[in-house]
Design a binder for this molecule. Sequence first.
Ligand code: SF4
Ligand code: SF4
Ligand code: SF4
Length: 207
Amino acid sequence: MDKASVINTCRGTSGGCRFALHVDEDFAERLEKVIEESGWPEFLHQKFGEKVNRHKLVNVSAASCPNGCSRPHIADIGLIRACVPVIDHEGCIGCEECIRNCPDEAMEMVDGKVVITREKCLVCGYCTNVCPTEVISCSRSGWRFLVGGRLGRHPRLGMELPGVYSDDEVLELISRCMKLWMDNYVDGKRFGWVMDRVGHDKILLES
Ligand code: SF4
Ligand code: SF4
Ligand code: SF4
C-alpha cells in the first residue's frame, strides 16, 4: 500500500540550525508509525482504492523553532518545538544578553531582575542558548500542537491547542486526531474543516 501521510520536518530537527531545539532522531519515524497504526492507510485504501491522490493524505509538519520553515501553520497537524524558559535569578549577572537576543522582545529588566512577558514569549528557547552563565533553562520541553491549517480556496492557519506536549503526548494526540477525522470524514474536506464542525476540544477530551 502507498504512503498515507506526508511528514515534513525542518532541517533544524536534525540539528542543522542555530535556532533549533533538540528533537529525537527517530521522531519523524514515530510520527509516520502512529499514523500507520491508526487505521488511516486502510481507511483511505477502502475509500479510494490502491492509488490514493496525494491531496487525500494527512500532512504533518514539524519545526524545531517558531520560525516554522517546514510550514507547520498550514499543515493538517503542525508541531513546533518548544521550551518554556525559567530564570534562576540567583546566578544572573545582569548582562542583558538574553534581552538583546530575544526575537520577540519578551524580556526586560525590571528593578534589576530579568522578567519574561509570557504573552509575548513564543517559547523558542533561544534565550537558554545565549545566557553566558546558563541560568536560563526549560521548565518544560516539548511541542506546540496546531490543528487544521490549510491552503487552497479557503486558506487558514492551524488552531493551537493550549499547552506544550511531550513526544509521547503528541503521538497520542495524533492518534486521536486520526480517529476523529475517520469518524467524521467528509470527502473533499480537509481535517481543519472537519474539526471546525466537530470541535477542537474533542481532541483533548476523547480517549
Ligand atoms: S524552523 Fe527554526 S530550527 Fe527549523 S530550520 Fe527554520 S529557523 Fe531553523
Ligand atoms: S523563549 Fe524565546 S521568545 Fe521566550 S523569552 Fe526566550 S528567547 Fe524570548
Ligand atoms: S543572559 Fe543570563 S546572566 Fe545575562 S541577564 Fe540574561 S539571565 Fe542574566
